[in-house]
Write a protein that binds this ligand. Structure first.
Ligand code: ZN
Length: 161
C-alpha cells in the first residue's frame, strides 16, 4: 500500500489522542477510506442492488466515506453546528485527511491540535454510530441530538485523557 504522506501525518496526530482503541481504529480506517460503507461493500461484491447503495441520511447519493462524512447535506449540517460550537467556520469542501488536518489546525489552543482532532474524531464517530443505528435499529436522523452526542462524547474523552 502506498501511503500518502499527508495521511501518515494525519494518522500520527490521530494516535496522540488517548481515546478508546476501537474509536482510534475507526478514525484510522476512515482516513484510509477503509470503512465498510455501502460502496465499499459493493466493490467487494456484497451489496449489488443499486437501491441498497443510497446514503441513509439523504437518499440522494451513494454512500461512500467522502459522501457520508463530508459531503452529505445532513453531515454538513452537523459539521457546521460543531464548528459553531467551537466558534469557527470552515470551508468544508475538503474530504478525508485534509479535512482532519484543517479541523485540527484551525483553532490554536494551549493543548495544540489534539483537542480539535479529538472533536473531529467524536463527530465522525457519532455520525458513523448514527448511520449504523438508522440502518440496523430504525433510528430517525436528527441533527440536534447528534450534535449533543458529539459534545458529550468530546467532553467524556477530554476528561478521560
Ligand atoms: Zn447523504
Amino acid at each position: 500500500m502506498n501511503l500518502n504522506s499527508n495521511v501518515l501525518t494525519a494518522i500520527k496526530k490521530l494516535w496522540k489522542n488517548d481515546v478508546q482503541s476501537k474509536v482510534n481504529v475507526f478514525g484510522w480506517r476512515l482516513l484510509l477510506d477503509r470503512l465498510p460503507t455501502k460502496m465499499a461493500l459493493n466493490h467487494k461484491g456484497i451489496l449489488l442492488n443499486s437501491h441498497d447503495l443510497l446514503c441513509v441520511f439523504c437518499f440522494l447519493f451513494n454512500e461512500d466515506c467522502a459522501h457520508l462524512f463530508f459531503l452529505c447535506s445532513f453531515s454538513k449540517g452537523v459539521l457546521e453546528a460543531v464548528y459553531n460550537w467551537v466558534g469557527k467556520s470552515l470551508p468544508i469542501s475538503v474530504v478525508g485527511w485534509n479535512h482532519f488536518l484543517l479541523f485540527g489546525d484551525m483553532i490554536k489552543t494551549k493543548k495544540g491540535g489534539c483537542v480539535n482532532h479529538l472533536i473531529w474524531l467524536a463527530t465522525s464517530w457519532s455520525i458513523w454510530k448514527l448511520r449504523n443505528n438508522v440502518i440496523f435499529n430504525g433510528f430517525i436522523p436528527n441533527t440536534t441530538s447528534l450534535v449533543d452526542d458529539v459534545k458529550v462524547c468530546s467532553w467524556v474523552w477530554f476528561n478521560n485523557r
